[in-house]
Ligand binder design. Structure first.
Ligand SMILES: [Mg+2]
Length: 234
């Protein structure tokens, strides 16, 4: 495995299109479906506040940690299974082909939840494409008392994580979908945006409507990048 290049992906909105809820909102929504009225009301308010952009990230993590306490591994699995239906075989194949052609390490840096990303990849059969996932992690050591460990807690933490990867990689490509990804895209050699199914362009970063189109761009960048030339001759 060539260690000289890595491709970093955000999770929510990048590896799958957000339809109504992102993965964490979906988890809370799933928990609400089997909870009492009080929890249901609180869950709906939490999701509405999040969608309206009412939270500072630290406040969000605190409320999410409290609401996700009752989550189990089967809730995580159910959300991952549902999210996997939002992408199709062409998207999955594009990632597999990109991995084969680039020889790059795939890393997820997200302000979301690692377990949800893992469940999503598992249901697509591509968990093995990714070398690491850094985000927040739910720990299920005690039944009914899931605890949250926060690794990547802010967009700036994503930038720092990219900078730390510099000592391991010559070429770093980052892919995201929104404002929380900007520091990570800035810190990469090539930062790209995905806007699922849209032709809208961002002023600062090249924007692509699908994973296959994005993967082709990354392949052509790596073919022309100087450090890629060196590794290609091996
Ligand atoms: Mg995102």
């Amino acid at each position: 495995m060539d260690k000289k290049r890595c491709i970093i992906f955000d999770f929510d909105g990048t590896l799958y299109p957000i339809i109504e809820f992102d993965s964490e909102q979906l988890l809370i929504h799933t928990l609400a479906a089997e909870a009492d009225n009080a929890y249901r009301k609180e869950a709906l308010r939490f999701i509405a506040d999040d969608q309206a952009g009412c939270f500072l990230l630290e406040d969000f993590h605190k409320r999410y940690a409290a609401m996700a306490k009752r989550a189990t591994t089967s809730h995580i699995d159910a959300v991952g299974r549902y999210l996997s239906t939002l992408v199709d075989q062409r998207d999955v194949q594009a990632l597999i082909t990109l991995k084969e052609k680039s020889g790059a390490h795939f890393i997820i840096l997200s302000c979301g939840t690692e377990n949800l990303a893992e469940a999503f990849l598992y249901h697509l059969g591509i968990a093995n494409l990714f070398e690491s996932i850094r985000a927040k992690r739910l720990d299920f050591a005690e039944e009914g008392k899931a605890t949250l460990r926060i690794d990547i807690h802010t967009p700036e933490a994503k930038r720092v994580a990219v900078e730390e990867l510099r000592m391991h990689y010559d070429t770093i490509i980052a892919v995201g979908d929104g404002p929380t990804d900007m520091p990570m895209l800035e810190a990469a050699d090539l930062g790209l945006l995905i806007k699922w199914g849209q032709s809208a362009q961002d002023d600062r970063f090249e924007t692509y409507p699908s994973l296959p189109s994005l993967a082709r761009r990354i392949e052509s960048y790596l073919e022309s990048a100087p450090s890629a030339d060196l590794t290609a001759r091996r």
